[in-house]
Design a protein around this ligand. Structure first.
Ligand SMILES: [Zn+2]
Length: 334
């Protein structure tokens, strides 16, 4: 039966917590499920709703086949309500209507569940109306709030909820999504997902003006510094600073450089990981043949050192020149 719920595998820890609260008959009045877009918040909420209303649960798993399970999957169980933003926000009237419905007799026996999607978008009066309701829990009613911005949920609401934290979606899945729906190349999506936490952030970075140029510039620096030091130093003085002007841009440059050398190390080790620069695989394989693991580790250490110096407000051109020199010294020492 587990195969019917891939979310059980993907969000194992969160699901295990929910199954335990069901098995011990200690279902909370309110849950707050937090996770980035794509983490599976709705799938977790639906799984738990089925578990709570299933007529034949076994081993703290919903059966997936009973009338309740089926109606929940089809989105038409009368005891389950979904609240979503009406325009910009979730309004007081929506919460008041919900409470009225929940108090009305005439819906089916058993637990009532309401799911508030994008709960961070409740406006102040909606949140206060909900809060009053949460403070006077009556009968078998369970709230499931979903959010990707935990910091935007009122502390008074949070304190009434059991928080469930979801893992970000696997990187492969985010790359597929960005390359499919959002029209990025797989290579761009692969690099962007290395330096960001979730699909939205990755998309924002990869669609920005800086990113394509940044990626190209980093690859050129790798090429130049593997050829000769004069070329690499000249490249720092002419091109690098034009692309990575501000401090956060300089940090992005160093991160992208770090991931290039991590790729080379992964290729050398024969790891089946998804590369940050899949389009460079041939180039990385060439370089991996010429470099020892010790040398790669030293280069990675030098880049991390440069990242630290960036925060001590060192002159950034000087910092990059020193990094290129450090990377060379390492090479000549071997
Ligand atoms: Zn069932």
């Amino acid at each position: 039966m587990e195969t019917e719920y891939p979310i059980v595998e993907r969000q194992h820890a969160a699901i295990a917590g929910l199954r335990a609260s069901f098995a011990s008959r200690r279902v909370a009045h309110a849950y707050l499920i937090e996770g980035v877009k794509g983490a599976g918040k709705e799938a977790v909420a639906r799984f738990f709703t089925q578990l709570l209303l299933c007529t034949e649960p076994a081993d703290a798993m919903p059966c997936g086949n009973c009338r309740n399970c089926r109606r929940i999957r089809e989105g038409n169980h009368p005891n389950v309500s979904d609240i979503r933003p009406d325009g910009q926000d979730i309004k007081k009237g929506q919460i008041a209507d919900l409470i009225y419905q929940l108090n009305k007799t005439g819906i089916e026996d058993g637990r009532k569940i309401y799911i508030i999607h994008e709960a961070e978008r409740m406006n102040a009066s909606a949140a206060n109306t909900l809060l009053k309701f949460l403070e006077e829990p009556e009968g078998e009613v369970t709230a499931i709030l979903l959010t990707d911005t935990l910091s935007a949920i009122l502390p008074t609401i949070r304190s009434r909820c059991l928080e469930i934290h979801l893992q970000p979606p696997p990187r492969e899945q985010v790359i597929e999504q960005l390359a499919g729906e959002d029209g990025l190349t797989r290579s761009m999506a692969s690099t962007a997902t290395m330096v960001t936490a979730g699909p939205e952030e990755a998309l924002e970075l990869a669609s920005g003006e800086l990113f394509g140029q940044a990626r190209k510039t980093v690859l050129k620096l790798v090429e130049a510094s593997e050829k000769n030091i004069q070329e690499a130093l000249l490249f720092i003085q002419t091109d690098w600073g034009l692309v990575f002007k501000e401090k956060d841009e300089a940090e992005l440059g160093l991160d992208l450089l770090l991931f290039a050398y991590r790729d080379i190390a992964a290729v050398k080790a024969g790891l089946g990981t998804v590369l940050a620069y899949p389009d460079q695989r041939d180039q990385w394989e060439q370089l991996a043949l010429r470099m020892t693991f010790g040398r790669l580790a030293d280069i990675l250490g030098a880049i991390l050192g440069a990242k630290r110096n960036l925060h001590s407000n060192m002159n950034r051109t000087l910092l990059m020149e020193q990094l290129v020199l450090n990377m060379q010294e390492v090479r000549h020492a071997l």
